[in-house]
Write a protein that binds this ligand. Structure first.
Ligand SMILES: NC(=O)c1ccc[n+]([C@@H]2O[C@H](COP(=O)([O-])OP(=O)(O)OC[C@H]3O[C@@H](n4cnc5c(N)ncnc54)[C@H](O)[C@@H]3O)[C@@H](O)[C@H]2O)c1
Length: 677
């Protein structure tokens, strides 16, 4: 262990190496991002190369320039594969293994390495954590520089990160964040996918997804809890299941076994549903199977459908993988007249023409080659596939299936491709899962995907933190109002069973939906447990950006904001600014994430609980704001659950005073509008 930690320290402190590292071939043991063409003129190619070489000493330039140009032509950007550090395995190490002058910086290094751990990341050597293009850095020089800065920074410095580029260490104050991350911030009129492709190729911006570019991804577990909540409530709302019932005998068909979509397989089994989940990339399907997230995997579609029907009839909770295209699955189900209860989709349609969605009739490798060689044909095939996909969903829905958009821009991209999904009122015929489930049932009440990472890496610490969280929820149940009681019960059941589901990949991390009261109480108790030695090491707190307050996204997180403000982004910006001066260890704000570049603004934070009084004060101040500013905005949009939640918050806190909406009698509005429509 000593040698390993010494090598870790030396590797981080090396920064940009003095001598050019040896050339490396692509490692066949990990999955690699598909090639994609760089949309650059000769002048822009030159600029991209000049931009990349500025990270390196002049003595390297002659040696690597040609190779960098080859990378640019093949991958659409310069990744600098040769500079990927290989001295120690890429993974989260215990906090004290890092070279650091402040544990806050060590915690950030831990989270960065966890986000690039091959067990966690989708394309680790291309610095992509999930979602096809969710990047931690644009290139390996940025990684090396950022890690060295973190190793030498003090509590009086701040590291601003511009889309993966570390700007340097700047004097700051101990109360401010150590790192401020921005990803993909652009002038609003320059936020099209084409703008992104150009700027990313030039090496000046990146797509940080929701949590990749803010170092807060914890593997697909991060989304399992939310997916479980969605499945349970979809069945309760649309199939009439009682809250006590599980989903045995219920069928669920969907696609995607990638970074987050893989969570669907696990959540289906947890709820007891019979689930058929289709994945076109064999590597992704087998990875989830080997990790135990997928119960079984098949290449024969009829065998997979037979297994689905048998599992439904036997009432068995199972996830049945099929390696192929989801459109084939839906069309075969129609042919065979197999009706399905619940349906969704989690292909990466936030990135439809960059490899996130595979055209029907082509195996994965062939489709990715087509994308690189003939992007126009690829685009046409994607669009016709999307229309077929939507048509099949229509037929299944007419036969009784409840379908929802899973926040992957399926409805948006299918409608852009020409599918008729109009509801006649300017909206889509199918809901986004946030519109009728997550929004009104969770986010409006302040419940969102809180998470923590035990920096000791010890299993016992994860078990102990689960116990602390369960005790907090249990005590909240004593006097919980009816409006949130069922959620608390679901969340208690989740956290009590979490360890048994064996979900931690990479760091010892946990996700738990909680509201402002729960998040604050859990953080306070965990910090005390660090202080008195009940935990072996500090805890990093964070959350998915997919939350109450952090994200303005009209097609997802703010899909149930109906006062016309869902295309504004004040909340996401206010949220991150407020977190920064209330005590976050690091903060982040991203353009894009989830539903795509230009479609969403999302932000988040990380906070180290080191057992100190200062950490307790920071947690209490920051978490209250981090949740309740979004609840207040949702209340202002007249969402009833949020009005209830923020009113209760004002009763608890005398120094909280929120502007509440006056509800207008519909008769007055109707009378005023008479004859005007
Ligand atoms: N449900 C949620 O709560 C939630 C939250 C955040 C994001 N998302 C969105 O869900 C999408 C998936 O996220 P991810 O991290 O899993 O992405 P991912 O790229 O890791 O996984 C998507 C998978 O879909 C597969 N796929 C693509 N086209 C296919 C096709 N035609 N048939 C079958 N499989 C196909 C890909 O091979 C890939 O493995 C993204 O758009 C993401 O933004 C969902």
């Amino acid at each position: 262990m000593g040698d390993l930690h010494a090598a870790l320290k030396a590797s981080i402190l090396e920064g940009i190496p003095k001598h050019v590292p040896p050339k490396v071939a692509l490692d066949p043991t990990v999955d690699h991002a598909p090639d994609r063409p760089a949309p650059l003129s000769a002048q822009q190619r030159r600029l991209a190369l000049e931009n990349a070489l500025r990270y390196l000493p002049a003595s390297h330039h002659d040696v690597v320039a040609e190779e960098f140009l080859q990378e640019l032509d093949r991958y659409g950007r310069i990744i600098m594969h040769r500079y990927r550090p290989t001295a120690v395995p890429m993974k989260a190490y215990p906090l004290d293994a890092y070279p650091a002058k402040t544990p806050h910086a060590a915690a950030i290094m831990l989270m960065i390495m966890n986000n690039l751990d091959p067990a966690v990341a989708q394309f680790p050597h291309e610095l992509i954590t999930y979602g096809g293009n969710g990047s931690v850095f644009q290139n390996w020089a940025q990684y090396r520089l950022a890690m060295r800065y973190l190793a030498v920074m003090t509590d009086e410095q701040c590291l601003p990160m511009y889309s993966g580029h570390p700007l340097g260490l700047f004097p700051s104050s101990p109360s401010g964040p150590r790192v401020v991350v921005t990803n993909g911030m652009v002038i609003p009129n320059h936020s099209s996918p084409e703008d992104f492709a150009l700027m990313n190729a030039l090496g000046v911006t990146q797509y940080g997804q929701m949590t990749a570019g803010s170092y807060m991804y914890i593997g697909p577990q991060g989304i399992v809890h939310g997916t479980t909540i969605t499945l349970l409530n979809a069945a309760r709302l649309h199939l009439g299941l009682d809250p006590e019932q599980d989903l045995s005998g219920v069928t669920f068909v969907t696609s995607g076994l990638g970074g987050m979509s893989g969570a669907q397989a696990k959540a289906a089994v947890i709820t007891g549903a019979a689930c058929l989940i289709c994945e076109v990339n064999p590597h992704a399907a087998h990875k989830r199977h080997e990790q135990g997230w997928l119960s079984e995997v098949h290449d024969d579609l009829d065998v997979a459908i037979d297994r689905l029907v048998a599992s439904r009839d036997a009432g068995v909770g199972v996830s049945i993988g099929y390696v192929g295209n989801i459109v084939d699955v839906w069309e075969r189900l129609i042919e065979r007249k197999v009706n399905i209860d619940l349906g969704s989709d989690q292909t990466s349609l936030h990135n439809p023409f960059g490899g996130g969605y595979c055209p029907v009739g082509r195996p994965y490798a062939e489709a990715m080659a087509l994308m690189a060689e003939d992007p126009d044909t690829f685009r046409e095939e994607i669009q016709s596939t999307l229309v077929r996909h939507a048509d099949a969903i229509d037929v299944m829905s007419e036969r009784g299936m409840y379908f929802w958009d899973y926040g992957n821009a399926f409805l948006l991209e299918a409608s852009r491709a020409g599918a008729n999904l109009d509801d006649g009122n300017g909206g889509f015929r199918y809901p986004s899962y946030v519109e009728d489930i997550m929004g009104p049932m969770c986010f409006d009440f302040g419940f969102g995907p809180y998470r923590w990472v035990c920096t000791s890496g010890a299993d016992e610490d994860l078990v102990a933190t689960d116990r602390i969280a369960a005790e907090v929820i249990q005590s909240m149940l004593d006097d919980a109002p009816e409006t949130i009681r069922q959620q608390l019960l679901d969340n208690l059941r989740w956290i009590e069973a979490a360890d048994g589901h064996n979900m931690a990949v990479g760091s010892r991390a946990r996700i738990l939906y909680a509201d402002a009261v729960g998040r604050t109480a859990i953080a306070t108790e965990m910090n005390r447990a660090v202080r008195d030695g009940r935990l072996q090491g500090p805890v990093v707190l964070g959350r998915d950006h997919h939350d109450v307050s952090g994200t303005d996204s009209p097609y997802r997180e703010t899909a149930n904001i109906r006062d016309g403000s869902s295309f504004t982004a004040d909340m996401a910006v206010q949220n991150v600014l407020g977190d920064a001066f209330r005590g976050a260890t690091w903060v982040s704000i991203h353009n894009g994430g989830g539903v795509g570049w230009g479609e969403v603004m999302n932000g988040g934070f990380g906070l180290l609980l080191d057992g100190s009084d200062d950490a307790e004060r920071r947690a209490q101040s920051m978490l209250q704001w981090d949740v309740e500013n979004g609840v207040a905005r949702r209340a202002w949009a007249r969402n009833p659950g949020a009005i209830d939640a923020i009113s209760r918050a004002m009763d608890r806190q005398s120094d909280l005073e929120v502007t509440l909406p006056t509800l207008v009698d519909a008769d007055i509005l109707d009378r005023m509008m008479e004859g005007m429509e």
